[in-house]
Design a protein. Structure first.
Length: 248
């Protein structure tokens, strides 16, 4: 009976006057209102008679209560979980669920990391930025990439790179611009476009040949959760691996 009453009281308090401890970027900008508040180090909290200091679950750092217009605000997750109540964050609907949940909660969206040279050793000289080498990233008539990998055509007939994923990522995505400078005398291309992906053992992950042609943008997204190193190869001396990203 006492425990049930505690849950009820905590639920009311949390719903009315506790501040969510989720990062601000999960809310749309239109839902955020700037305020002037104070971190209040003078407030002490006890839980069932014992000293309680809420902490950030991400790094264990202490979370200080906030005082705003005479009210005190505490982090929702830290307090709820301290009294045994599960908190589930439903990102697509911007909703925090306390305790049991009706229906199904969609998985949070992936966070994406750009494939910069530290993920692709040996490709430092082919990593291009729009701000520094736009001439490599504006070959597609209707698209200039912010970053990507491109070669000088005289040095090769395509781009080959190995991306270290170390089983830490679930997805790979990129937009490929397919183009070549190798022609027959009659104006036709010597080779047809091709995009291939292999794992660290040389086993095929995906191969794209059908339905693509030179002068085309091709968007690709792969499942790579069981891949330690992803080998990417695209044919064409003018081709670009545009804005490659790893998601987890």
């Amino acid at each position: 009976m006492v425990k049930q009453r505690s849950y009820k009281i905590v639920s009311i308090i949390l719903a009315v006057c506790l501040l969510f401890s989720f990062s601000a970027n999960v809310f749309g900008a239109s839902n955020l209102i700037e305020i002037s508040a104070y971190l209040n180090n003078g407030i002490k909290i006890t839980l069932n008679g014992e000293k309680f200091e809420p902490t950030d679950p991400a790094d264990g750092s202490k979370i200080v209560p906030i005082t705003y217009k005479g009210s005190t605000y505490l982090p929702l997750r830290a307090v709820a979980e301290a009294v045994g109540m599960e908190v589930i964050w439903d990102a697509p609907n911007n909703t925090a669920h306390l305790g049991s949940v009706a229906g199904t909660i969609e998985k949070d969206e992936l966070s994406w990391t750009r494939v910069s040279p530290e993920y692709a050793p040996g490709m430092e000289g082919y990593y291009r930025l729009k701000s520094r080498q736009p001439e490599y990233l504006n070959r597609a008539p209707d698209r200039t990439f912010e970053f990507g990998y491109a070669i000088d055509p005289e040095y090769g007939a395509g781009i080959s790179m190995m991306i270290n994923t170390n089983y830490e990522y679930e997805k790979f995505k990129a937009t490929f611009w397919l183009d070549d400078d190798q022609f027959y005398e009659d104006g036709g291309y010597i080779n047809s476009p091709e995009i291939k992906f292999e794992d660290e053992h040389g086993s095929p992950v995906k191969e794209i040949t059908d339905g693509i042609e030179w002068g085309q943008l091709v968007e690709v997204e792969l499942d790579i959760k069981d891949v330690q190193q992803l080998h990417v190869w695209v044919r064409g001396g003018l081709s670009i691996i545009g804005e490659p990203m790893l998601g987890k």
